[in-house]
Design a protein around this ligand. Structure first.
Ligand code: ARG
Length: 466
């Protein structure tokens, strides 16, 4: 064996790769992150190799101990990664074999092709669970902000124009709903991440009598009912990155939701809206304008969405022209996947913290929600209740709005006579429509922003998230 060439070149090659080739092809600079899962996979594989007689009990023990010791050194930052050994898999195996001779048997019936598929699946499975709990925490911070301001009304907007009054809580709970769908997608995606590819070898499995079920069981590749989850086709198993694409797609949609939430926060924090105040610690200043307090967390959350979407497109493009089965192109999956995970996890945490440190300006909200024009539709509903076809009612109220504008009066200051000058259907009680409290009490269909319904939804989320 040549001294400085990686094991993958031993025998067949006269020497190591050229320095620039090594630099171009290495992945240890980023895939070292998979070390913990690489070790776990190797321990399970070794345990199985012992069961089928490839390793003696003693050899297996030495390997597991050796791997454990390497893990402790990596965790402590004492392990020296060697770029000449290309990737995390060969770095760990080479060091193990240096320390434990039986390490040379560890790669029996295993290829880096099924090993790397295994490692990413194990790693991503953990990351999904961590991300899910962070999303739930963000949901809690939205619900808590809603609860603290449960009586605050704001205008709801369409086309960013004032439309109809809603509880702030209703607006915030809309994001809680979106995040819940994100959780469902991620959890569903996890079930396809949670499938064990080990035993597929480089492409075509092995002639050795491996116990794939045992490895899968040891690594927790089981479904909710405890059924072992194995890949069913060795070629698919080593070339499949669909699970990474699925995750990236779910993450991209999550990031889009963050971006929309951020946009609302940015608008609300502006002097023009003035609905919220973000605490100093969660805002940044301007290097030039001393008065500025900028909602940078929200802006970066919005901005980072671009790279998360970009990562998804990168992965799809990476896979698009690949012939079966493993191709080195697939090494390019990792940085995109890592970046997506890091970005959405950090963004989730920061948005939650920012919302926990945000106060609502009740006065500004009340002033905006008090705009009587927001209840113009209620006035049309009033006419409908008196038997007028809605299309006609829409037209009549349009004329009423025009009259109010012309006479420079808010809609709710028109006299009964003025209303009746537009249409005789208006009674003396028409102005009651503009009682905001009453108006909110009437919106109680399932999913509506009415007083009772919003309270019900808040209670439901509170219970679900506690
Ligand atoms: N570093 C490689 C990757 O991340 C591991 C698999 C390499 N396999 C191979 N036969 N060259 O994809």
């Amino acid at each position: 064996m040549k001294k400085h060439s990686p094991v993958s070149r031993s025998g067949r090659f006269a020497g190591g790769p050229a320095a620039d080739v090594a630099r171009f092809t290495e992945s240890i600079s980023f895939d070292w992150r998979l070390w913990r899962h690489d070790l776990l996979g190797s321990m399970a594989h070794a345990t199985m190799l012992q069961k089928i007689g490839v390793l003696t009990r003693k050899e297996c023990k030495a390997i597991v101990r050796g791997l454990d010791a390497i893990g402790k050194e990596i965790a402590a930052g004492r392990f020296k990664w060697n770029p000449a050994l290309e990737d995390v898999h060969m770095n760990i195996e080479a060091e193990l074999t240096r320390r434990v001779p039986a390490g040379a048997k560890l790669h029996t019936a295993r290829s880096r092709n099924d090993q790397v598929a295994l490692d990413i699946r194990l790693w991503l499975r953990d990351e999904i669970v961590a991300l899910l709990s962070e999303i739930v925490d963000l949901q809690r911070s939205l619900v808590s902000l809603a609860e603290k301001n449960s009586d605050v009304l704001i205008p709801g907007y369409t086309h960013l124009q004032r439309a109809q009054p809603v509880y702030l809580a209703h607006h915030l709970l809309a994001y809680v709903e979106m995040l819940e769908r994100d959780c469902e997608r991620l959890w569903d995606c996890r079930s396809r991440v949670n499938v064990c590819p080990l035993g597929s070898g480089a492409i075509a499995g092995t002639t050795l009598p491996l116990k794939r079920e045992l490895v899968a069981q040891l690594l927790g590749f089981v479904d909710a009912s405890g059924k072992v989850q194995l890949t069913e086709n060795s070629m698919d198993a080593v070339s499949d990155r669909d699970f990474a694409v699925e995750f990236s797609a779910a993450a991209a949609l999550l990031a889009v939701h963050f971006s929309r939430l951020s946009e609302d926060v940015i608008l609300w924090a502006s002097a023009e809206f003035n609905y919220i105040r973000i605490a100093d610690a969660y805002t940044t200043g301007s290097s030039l304008m001393p008065q500025k307090k900028n909602p940078d967390i929200a802006e970066l959350a919005r901005g980072k969405t671009g790279r998360v979407i970009g990562n998804l497109v990168s992965l799809l493009t990476l896979l698009k022209g690949l012939p079966m089965t493993y191709n080195r192109d697939l090494q390019e999956d990792k940085e995109r996947l890592f970046d997506t995970v890091d970005t959405v996890r950090a963004t989730t945490r920061l948005l939650a913290a920012m919302l926990r440190n945000t106060k609502v300006n009740g006065k500004a909200c009340a002033a905006a929600a008090g705009d009587p024009a927001l209840l113009a539709t209620d006035l049309a509903d009033y006419l409908v209740k008196r038997g007028m076809p809605f299309r006609q009612a829409h037209h009549v109220v349009g004329a009423v709005v025009a009259l109010a504008e012309k006479s420079r009066k808010p809609l709710n200051r028109l006299t009964p006579a003025e209303l009746r000058s537009v249409d005789k259907t208006f009674g003396r009680d028409a102005m009651n429509v503009f009682d905001l409290k009453q108006a909110m009490a009437k919106r109680n269909l399932p999913g509506a922003p009415g007083t009772k319904e919003v309270a019900k939804q808040l209670a439901r989320w509170h219970k679900w998230l506690s």
